[in-house]
Each structure stands twice: as C-alpha cells, then as structure tokens.
Design a protein around this ligand. Structure first.
Ligand SMILES: [Zn+2]
Length: 142
C-alpha cells in the first residue's frame, strides 16, 4: 500500500452498498493503515474493509455449497438412470469380452465394473457403457 492518508480516495468494501466502492479516508490508524473511510456513494462512515478480502469471502461462500449439492445430485441422477436402464431392461446380461460384439441397449456383466448398459457405440470397436459408478469406454468387436 503506498501513499495513503486522510482525505485521499481508496477502494473499500461498503456494507451498505454491498460492493467495493470508492471511499474517502477520514481516519488513519497509523501511517500505513487506513482506519475509517467514508463511502462516496452512500456517505456512510465505517472501518476500512479490504475489497479483495471481502470479495473472496463472498465468492467462496457462493461457490462451495451449491457446487457440492449439484455434484451429489448429479451422482444420484446417474444412479437412478443406471437403476432404470440396467435393472429395468428385459435384455439378458451378457458376459463382457472384448471379442464379443455389442449393440446399444445391451446389458453387460463386467467382472470389475459390474452390470452396465451400452449407451453408445463409437468407431468400430468402442462402447460407451453406463455402469453404476459412471460411464466407461470399453472395446469390443476385436
Ligand atoms: Zn456505501
């Protein structure tokens, strides 16, 4: 921080305006530390608040909780889809082997990933399979 003193303008977070705004310094705590500022917008006098610190706090609050929520909601959605597609299918589960050929809608019994449903085929030898833990790309038709 350079050359701050009473009467000069500084960017501070304003609690009333709820944003970082230009403030006039009214009181200095010491030669390098701003004490009180007056908001140039609402004319309110309050302690100086570093706008970067205030903004960081606000965005962190916003981003963590809904982010976590949507991630688990997505996992739940995937699990529901897997339940409906695999458990609801009339197709007989087939043992997975890279030598076999599968088509969309086939139910696959994989030794490691468990039961899955072929959601898409890619190129000549790749399968996009939805397992309980998520989608996996496996080869077939080798
Ligand atoms: Zn203000």
């Amino acid at each position: 921080m350079s050359q701050v003193s009473a009467g000069k303008d500084i960017l501070s977070y304003c609690n009333k305006c709820k944003m970082a705004l230009s403030h006039t310094i009214t009181v200095m705590k010491d030669i390098n530390t701003v004490g009180k500022v007056m908001c140039n917008t609402c004319k309110g006098v309050h302690a100086y608040k570093d706008p970067n610190a205030a903004a960081k706090k606000a965005t962190r609050k916003k981003s963590t909780s809904p982010g976590r929520k949507s991630a688990s909601a997505k996992a739940e959605l995937l699990e529901n889809k897997w339940q409906a597609d695999v458990m609801g299918s009339k197709n007989e589960p087939q043992k997975y082997s890279p030598k076999s050929q599968f088509v969309i809608g086939d139910i696959i019994d994989h030794p490691k990933f468990g039961m899955g449903v072929v959601e898409a085929t890619m190129e000549a030898d790749k399968l996009d399979i939805l397992f309980q833990t998520g989608n996996k790309i496996l080869v077939h038709n080798k």
